[in-house]
Design a protein around this ligand. Structure first.
Ligand code: MLT
Ligand code: ZN
Length: 484
């Protein structure tokens, strides 16, 4: 990067607001995905005006710019594929308004999900989307990916809570979308366009969010099955009752074993479990839990264990949240990687989907851990690969393609909550083939110079097994990313 650009950035954010230190640049080349690429500079703005000045400069000098929250994204959203500026928004971390009487609050993008919920719960409310990375992920990142988690079946995803946004467009102009009212039919819903735009259409600098009343009580049961397909069937049997649980988390035998190895929770050692949660008024919770357990048994569960004890529910929830790190300790030589990561299928298709995933894993000789927010059809399939074996990565990639073909055949989507970025780009391009041109036209209109988070989503070409963070398997397909 030219020294004049660095000097200009220093003039905008001051000497402590940026870094070109080699160690910082290396670290900011990662997110939670399999990819890595080093930026030229990391900038930490503290105000919208600073963001606007930096983006204006990037646009004038044709410098790529990638907004970043906590870096918990799993598909390469925050990896600066083309170098340039990483814009770290974590210093913009204030809740600027809390209006419980109007059912909304306003937060800067760097506010952490759990921090916001801490403030809301003191007042009897919550923002219930419950992402797996709740302790770390930021509100800006959640909006940029339309993040959600285990409670989306009852409470929806981030999109359902965004009332309005302040956005710095790729030209540096500051715009305000949406409103502070709960209803709004005033013109194009540009906030809807920005939600899930993954840093390609602008930088989110303020978020107006509605929230929900926190339920009085909850209860959870662990239903254990001898068949993953039966566990999948249990999910749609509960929904079709009709009964709306606040969560159903499905775990297969690979994920159960991994968690039991790492944590002392003693999950039933079987083919599959469903962790089923209901919430609401205490009397309703008790009634609904009885019905849930009856349906689970009729669907093939050989045991159920219910609890309304907060400590127990928290212990089970923590065990569920530990799947991702635990999978990397499943076997000596394997790491768990986010490939074919978070597809969604219509709820009734879960049995067919999980059966197919097991078959595809076997046929390709890969180990796949299947789990997820089954209540709304959102599944996770983490592959265990030998990180330094090319053959292992190739087998993983083959399985990914087959898994996504099956998901699309079942009427599903390649990503329910993590987004596209790099790791899902080729499959999303297949899924959205007839609307890619419309997306590209919107991108061109808002970002004529293509500076915002370039090279991702519809602009990605080729294999996803490139720009890998694992140096021993870095070859020409990475463009020498690890060597640069
Ligand atoms: C979760 O469900 O815990 C998160 O989406 C992360 C993941 O495991 O893929
Ligand atoms: Zn998830």
């Amino acid at each position: 990067m030219k020294q004049e650009i660095v000097e200009e950035i220093k003039g905008i954010v001051g000497k402590d607001g940026y870094s070109t230190d080699i160690a910082d640049l290396y670290v900011y080349g990662f997110d939670a995905s399999i990819h890595h690429k080093t930026p030229d500079i990391v900038v930490r703005p503290t105000t919208t005006e600073q963001v606007s000045a930096i983006v204006t400069l990037a646009n004038r000098t044709l410098t790529p710019i990638v907004p970043r929250g906590a870096g918990t994204a799993m598909c390469g959203h925050a990896v600066p594929l083309k170098g340039g500026i990483v814009l770290d928004l974590t210093a913009m971390n204030k809740i600027t308004e809390m209006r419980v009487e109007d059912l909304y609050c306003v937060a800067e993008p760097g506010v952490i999900y759990d921090q916001l919920n801490g403030e809301l719960s003191k007042r009897g409310f919550w923002f219930p989307t419950t992402p797996g990375s709740a302790e770390a992920c930021t509100i800006g990142g959640m909006v940029a990916t339309n993040a959600s988690g285990m409670r989306a079946i009852k409470y929806g995803a981030t999109r359902d809570y965004v009332l309005g946004l302040e956005v710095v467009l790729p030209t540096g102009e500051i715009i305000h979308t949406g409103t502070r009212t709960l209803k709004n039919s005033s013109g194009y819903q540009l906030d809807r366009l920005m939600v899930g735009s993954e840093g390609t259409l602008g930088v989110i600098t303020s978020v107006t969010l509605r929230f929900a009343v926190k339920p009085e009580a909850s209860a959870m049961t662990i239903a254990a099955f001898n068949s993953l397909v039966d566990a999948g069937r249990c999910v749609s049997n509960i929904i079709a009752k009709p009964l709306l649980p606040s969560a159903i988390e499905l775990m297969d035998s690979v994920t159960i074993k991994a968690v039991n190895k790492c944590m002392n929770v003693g999950l039933p050692d079987c083919e599959a479990i469903c962790m089923i949660e209901v919430d609401g008024h205490p009397a309703a919770v008790e009634d609904e839990m009885k019905i849930v357990e009856e349906i689970a048994r009729k669907s093939g569960a050989f045991s159920t264990e219910a609890s309304a004890d907060k400590k127990k529910i928290n212990e089970w929830t923590q065990a569920r949240k530990a799947i991702l790190p635990s999978l990397s300790r499943y076997g000596e030589n394997y790491v768990s990687v986010a490939l074919a990561d978070d597809m969604s299928v219509p709820i009734s298709k879960i049995p067919e989907a999980v059966g197919a995933f097991q078959r595809i894993a076997e046929e390709n000789g890969v180990i796949v851990g299947t789990y997820g927010h089954a209540a709304d059809g959102n599944l996770h399939t983490k592959m265990l690969v030998e990180p330094h074996s090319e053959e292992s990565w190739k087998a993983g990639e083959r399985a990914v393609g087959q898994i996504y073909d099956k998901v699309l055949e079942l009427g599903g989507t390649v990503t329910g909550e993590h987004g596209v970025a790099i790791t899902k780009a080729p499959y999303m391009q297949k899924e959205r083939a007839d609307s890619l041109d419309a997306m590209k036209a919107i991108k061109k209109a808002l970002d004529p110079n293509g500076i915002m988070n370039p090279g991702k989503i519809f602009d990605w070409e080729g294999s996803i097994i490139s720009h890998l963070r694992y140096p021993a398997f870095c070859d020409d397909r990475c463009g020498g990313c690890q060597k640069s």
